[in-house]
Write a protein of this length. Sequence first.
Length: 277
Amino acid sequence: MTKQRRPTNQPPRSLEDIGADLSNAIQNRTAGTLRMGRLLNEAQDAAAHGEWLPFLKRHRIEERSARRRMKMAKWADERLAKSDNLSDFELGMITAQAMLELASNNYGDDVVERVMSAARYRHIGIADIKAIAKFGDEAPILREIKAQLKAQAEAEKAKALAAAKAAGFDTVEAHEAALDKEYEARQEAFRQAAEAKDAEADRLLDAGSEVPPTPEPVPASSKSFHVSTFEKSVHRLKTIMTKPLASFAAADVSPDDIDQVAHFLMDVVSQRKKTAA
């Protein structure tokens, strides 16, 4: 077999970048399996008597393989219907074999919940499920995730403190208060500018003159303002990420809005990696 070579004009990628692409490939594979299972379930419901097996034969799918995919998809859709905190993201982090193991219904809800929580951070295999069922919170994968989150939290805290000191503040809280004050001042300036524009438009209308087009007010440092707002938002989000997902069930935010924000953050990560490269 001929070994594939990287084009000479491209620098070698980091293991982290390769791992991110590999993770996406694994998720896509599980998502594809679920998609097939859902389509097969739909097809079986639509098939008349005697049509099902010929349908599978036309698409070169063995009946046993079809049953496995259909069982996985049915289990996944039932879990999605039961939980407000579960999404296709967590499901995509579970290998097809592991999901079939869960679909056997040999595990209690406590095990499934721990597996789904772990799937937010790691890909899950059958061995992980069995370890969680046996050891609970002391399962190796759960202990690793806990240590990872603790290290990330400490690193973020140190980074926030360093940023605060670089800005001339002794504490993160003082820095955040100053950022809040700056943000409120900018918002007030925007509000006053908008009110002034409206007042000018009313004056011209009252005088019988045609209102000339006026561009929207743009802050002089809009780029730095948006970046500062983004950094503050991410930092605040990090402070609540360790809380149980159930705590956010009553949040007055639609799943679509959350999905849009998640995609935006992934786009930012992708852009940062391209810039760094």
